[in-house]
Write a protein that binds this ligand. Structure first.
Ligand code: HEM
Length: 165
């Protein structure tokens, strides 16, 4: 069965809704730097996993971080990404700090970019607004996270560069 053999050699295809964001799928690992006007800068290690099942129009997302110097666990978060055919995407994220985010934004499958702005930040004592921007360049995933708090306007908090593993 030549046809069946050829099909078996292909990786499982993504759900049509997820296909434009296939550039994110997989496990990524690397390092980042954290900063904000009110805190001391810090370096962290990070692992991101974007996974999906071909029968569902959704990407599962998990992230964990650790102190670059000692390996001690830091922040972690997980959620779901729901891309839509019109180029929009909505994301829900729950953070290990208890904060909950609903993010809305857009993706560009050609440029391999996703930009998100918080529509809702819940259960946060200080955070008012969060933006996230992702880009795959030369096979590497980079992102920038900005936040606004009750004392400080929108500024960068996180920046990282991750490799596919
Ligand atoms: C500090 C929010 C992700 C590590 C803070 C502060 C806020 C915050 C509100 C306090 C700022 C202030 O007091 O003015 C967030 C949000 C995140 C996020 C909304 C995700 C969207 C992370 C991640 C890490 C991290 C991924 C670690 C890799 C830290 C550290 C501090 C901090 C080390 C300083 C704590 C201190 O000095 O006591 N973050 N954070 N954050 N964050 Fe994040």
């Amino acid at each position: 069965m030549e046809g069946a053999g050829a099909a078996a050699a292909q990786p499982p295809s993504a759900h049509p809704a997820v296909a434009p964001l296939a550039f994110l799928l997989g496990k990524w690992c690397g390092e980042g730097e954290g900063s904000f006007p009110t805190i001391a800068p810090f370096r962290y290690g990070e692992e991101l996993l974007f996974s999906h099942h071909p029968s569902k129009p959704v990407i599962s997302y998990t992230q964990r971080t650790w102190k670059a110097a000692s390996g001690e666990p830091m922040h972690a978060e997980s959620g779901y990404w729901r891309p839509r055919p019109d180029g929009s995407v909505e994301v829900v994220i729950s953070q290990s700090t208890g904060l909950a985010e609903v993010q809305k934004g857009s993706y560009d499958a050609e440029k391999k970019t996703v930009t998100l702005q918080s529509e809702l930040v819940g259960n946060a004592s200080k955070v008012k607004h969060i933006t996230r921007a992702f880009q795959v360049v030369n096979g590497d995933l980079s992102y920038v996270v900005q936040m606004a708090t009750i004392t400080t306007g929108l500024q960068q908090h996180l920046k990282a560069l991750l490799k596919k593993i």
